[in-house]
Ligand binder design. Structure first.
Ligand code: ZN
Length: 54
């Protein structure tokens, strides 16, 4: 019984960590790829098509 609870807790923590990691990576990527002048998402590392400063 106790082993079952510990196992469930470990799985829960693992899922939480996985989701946190995914959210963190996604947020960082989006903040880096978003244009600062027009707010649109840029594709690749080049400057935005609007001509504004990246
Ligand atoms: Zn732009």
């Amino acid at each position: 019984m106790v082993f079952k609870i510990v196992l469930l807790f470990l799985v829960f923590m693992g899922v939480l960590a996985w989701f946190g990691k995914m959210h963190w990576i996604g947020g960082k990527r989006f903040s880096q790829t978003k244009c600062r002048s027009c707010g649109r998402y840029r594709i690749g590392k080049g400057p935005c098509s609007c001509g504004g400063k990246s």
